[in-house]
Write a protein that binds this ligand. Structure first.
Ligand code: NOJ
Ligand code: CA
Length: 546
């Protein structure tokens, strides 16, 4: 693997509590996850991103922590967590954890102390206003579920700020003590052996909120400070940030105006996510091509993390109303499939109508576009959603391992029901069935991920669309890096196509199909590249001798 491991990784994200229960209490835990590491090794992933593991009252699925220096006892002990890090490292898998420090739970002892008295040493750790702030009803993240961003606290006799739910009071990043504490938290987990952090809600962390202001100052330098801090502790540790902001604001998150990549290493490409889903809905790659051409240039070491599905709703808020409507019409026709008027609470399999060819094409496209792919647990077997669950919990059901009771997730009543009815029930979709079937989606993911790992130019090289007239629905892009060059063809439409890329023949010495949806005629002189409806081809153009 290259110097910058994160540019050539495949990240797998999961919530420990819904992955595998080991002690029969219905809740997934670290020991359960350890017992499934061999499965993940076979799948070919090499980095795990764990959703919040801290003690929590669980009102936002763990994104409301009460202690940043411990693990939720339901998942195991710190000892079990250390064991997980060790076992993962033995298999070449790095572990990064969710770092949710924009806010704490209102049950966190810091907040409890802060509300008890104005003289509490923790009072100034949160954001207060004595008067009702003029922006009380602005900046809500969860419309419909959240009434305001400033709430009056009777005991504290003041208004406190919360960008998210009212049980998630924001920490005050203007306070040097808070800034120092957060650094200590990062250092603590690095000392234990984590390889980095998925930083939650970064734009709100660096916002120095002032009551009544909707344009509070942003302190980007704090990101440089955090980066420097972790890098001294562990040279290869990474920050992977959630910052769903306008494209022109993205570069500042990666580095300062001097051009060095001295802040966040990797950002989720939310723009690409919306564009990919739109392109799939319209069966037209234009939205993706457009974004690839206009993506801001990243400083050295800066990297995108690509995804089709994460643990939240698919966020379509950066699309126009018309584009959003097209996506809703195709992938979220029922009101019940939508969330906050901006998103879709479904998994990809059912969204694509259970069409195996289309699903492969969609994932092949995500994994071959520039950046580091992130895969959500269960997608590799084509799990579905449970719309009877509230909000985002529809796509947070337990992993389906086998035909056994509760899909092999637990012997006991599971923390959340396993999908047990319909086409996506655990007796129809599970690991055991697919493990034995070389034609299964799981087997396909294994082959695809392994082929990607043989193609490091995708993660660490450049990515460019092939600028030639192509049949409707077809996207051609290439990846070039020190290790060689690859060409990728994807057909987002249903019509078979023939692609002419004759120009490529002259400077290519090794054309061969390394991965495709079916057997195709050899590449030849590139003038008649056939591509089935929803087909895809990965073609190696050259390989350097190193
Ligand atoms: C982003 C997380 O992905 C989401 O699940 C959570 O609700 C908010 N941040 C608040 O922490
Ligand atoms: Ca358990």
């Amino acid at each position: 693997m290259g110097e910058r491991w994160y540019t050539e990784s495949v990240i797998y994200c999961l919530d420990v509590e819904t992955f595998q229960d080991s002690n029969g209490d219905g809740i997934g835990d670290f020991q359960g996850l350890i017992s499934r590491l061999d499965y993940l090794t076979r799948l070919g992933i090499n980095c795990l991103w764990l959703h919040p593991i801290h003690p929590t009252p669980g009102r936002d699925d763990g994104y409301d922590a009460t202690d940043f220096y411990n693990v939720d006892p339901r998942l195991g002990t710190l000892g079990d967590f250390a064991e997980l890090l060790h076992e993962a490292a033995n298999r070449g898998i790095k572990v990064i954890i969710d770092l949710v420090v924009n806010h704490t739970s209102d049950e966190h002892p810091w907040f409890q102390s802060a509300v008890a008295s104005k003289d509490s040493p923790y009072r100034d750790w949160y954001v207060w206003s004595d008067k009702e702030p003029a922006d009380r009803f602005q900046g809500m993240v969860f419309p419909g579920e959240q009434a305001e961003t400033w709430t009056y606290h009777r005991r504290a006799r003041a208004w406190y700020y919360h960008r998210f739910y009212d049980f998630q009071p924001d920490l005050n990043f203007a306070n040097p003590l808070v800034r120092a504490e957060i650094k200590k938290i990062l250092a603590f987990w690095i000392q234990l052996g984590v390889a980095g952090f998925r930083m939650d809600a970064v734009p709100f962390i660096i916002e120095l909120t002032e009551p009544g202001r909707t344009d509070s100052p942003m302190d980007f330098d704090y990101l440089s400070e955090l980066r420097q801090h972790i890098q001294w502790r562990r040279g290869d540790a990474v920050l992977l940030a959630e910052a769903n902001v306008e494209p022109e604001k993205l570069p500042e998150y990666f580095g300062d105006a001097g051009g060095s990549g001295n802040r966040i290493h990797m950002l989720f490409d939310f723009m690409l996510n919306g564009r990919l889903v739109l392109a799939l809905a319209r069966q037209n790659p234009e939205p993706v091509i457009d974004w690839l051409k206009t993506t801001p240039k990243l400083p050295p070491g800066g990297q995108w993390a690509t995804f089709l599905r994460n643990h939240d709703e698919i966020d379509l808020s950066r699309l126009t109303a018309e584009q959003r409507e097209d996506v809703f019409e195709q992938f979220g026709p029922d009101e019940d499939m939508r969330l906050y008027d901006r998103g879709i609470r479904r998994r990809l399999g059912p969204m694509l109508g259970g069409d195996r060819r289309r699903l492969e094409m969609a994932y092949s496209l995500q994994f071959t576009l520039r950046g580091t792919p992130v895969l959500r647990y269960g997608e590799e077997i084509g799990m579905g959603e449970d719309l009877s669950q509230v909000g985002r919990y529809a796509i947070r059901t337990p992993m389906q391992w086998s035909f056994a009771k509760n899909g092999g997730f637990s012997d006991a009543e599971p923390i959340r029901p396993v999908i047990s009815k319909g086409d996506y029930a655990y007796d129809a979709v599970n690991v055991t069935a697919q493990r034995h079937d070389p034609g299964s989606l799981l087997a396909w993911f294994e082959r695809m991920i392994r082929t990607l790992r043989e193609s490091p130019e995708v993660g660490s090289g450049t990515c460019a669309c092939v600028d030639k007239p192509l049949p409707a629905g077809v996207l051609a892009h290439r990846a070039d890096g020190p290790t060689g060059s690859m060409l990728f063809l994807h057909n987002l439409g249903t019509e078979d196509a023939v692609v002419d890329l004759g120009d490529l023949a002259k400077d290519t010495h090794l054309p061969n199909d390394v991965f495709a949806d079916q057997e195709y005629e050899p590449v030849g002189d590139f003038t008649e590249l056939r591509l089935a409806g929803y087909g895809y081809r990965w073609i190696r153009l050259r390989r350097s001798s190193v």
